[in-house]
Design a protein around this ligand. Sequence first.
Ligand SMILES: [Zn+2]
Length: 382
Amino acid sequence: MDNRDFDTQRPRKKASRETIRKRQLIALCVIALLVLILILLIAKACAPSSKGGETTPTATTTTAVIITTTTDPALTTTVATTTTAPAEPENNSDFKLDKYVIELAVGGKDMPRVQEYPEGSGEWNENWSSSDENIATVDKWGNITGVAEGECTITLRDGLDTTQEVNIKVIVKGKSETASEEATTGATTEPQSADVGEAPAPSRINVAEAHYEGDTLIVNKTYSLPQSYDPGDLDPTCKEWFYKLANGAAKDGLNIYISSGYRSYDYQSQIYNNYVGIYGTETADTFSARPGNSEHQSGLAIDVNIIDDSFAGTPEAIWLAEHCWEYGFIIRYPENKQAITGYKYEPWHIRYVGSAISKQIHDMGGDTTLEELFGITSQYQN
Ligand SMILES: [Zn+2]
């Protein structure tokens, strides 16, 4: 019985084991197929954001993630460049900002940096507005201030072509968020020089006629730039560090903004000739550069706030004189240096030179000029 049983059952057992194995194999194949499909689905779901031209929410969340999670500045820039394109459809404009989502504390301030303007436009055409001033306000220079907890949209519109507009999502949180927000976005900087870092020397320009002293481009009454040199905008490093400076001032409750940045040879020509017509050459030469001799053509000079004598002695002028060197800038035409620089005192005109030079000048008393530092002249030949 035992034997028979064993014998009769054996072949049956053998057969069922084989079918079980077969079934297991089929099941395994099915599972493998399902896993493959799942992987393909996940890959597909991730693909649109990198392909671009997708929905607005996708673009917004991508940008938001970068701002809130990335702490490595090197990473931020690499990721940011790949996501700038997908963020574009949301804005439907030629404006390019350094960020499209801002997290703020109540009372906190931030300023999105405009990296590109619609063609033919510039900072003078910026038109800022807030969808809800009870949540966040924005001034005409783009300084955003958190008012109360909530969300709203800040819009930057071009003053000339109002179809050109870009939106920034603003999330205002409770006061405790301030520290972490600042640490992650890096948009606001401490007024102390130690926290701002080293402002690099601007990149050298590729112009044979340009006069350099070390790494410092000299544009004054002796050294000029050719009419053909037309960078079209402020030097990017100069611009970047100006906004750090503006953020530093904002932290001290002051508003420092660009009133005149880059000026072309032709534009300077118009300005200068206009002054010559009003005041005559001798007087015009004391405050307005001849075309080719203006630092503004270099893209390394900025006139801030009020461009006249009334700016002197204002809290902003005092702050600028005290702190601009921390951001790589110098007051280019200090008081009582007209015989050296060739220009009367201009507390509003700052020149980007980078920390190495600005610190050196600061250590020498702050009102040292580039002419004194390098032992050069600033005089027209005729
Ligand atoms: Zn100026």
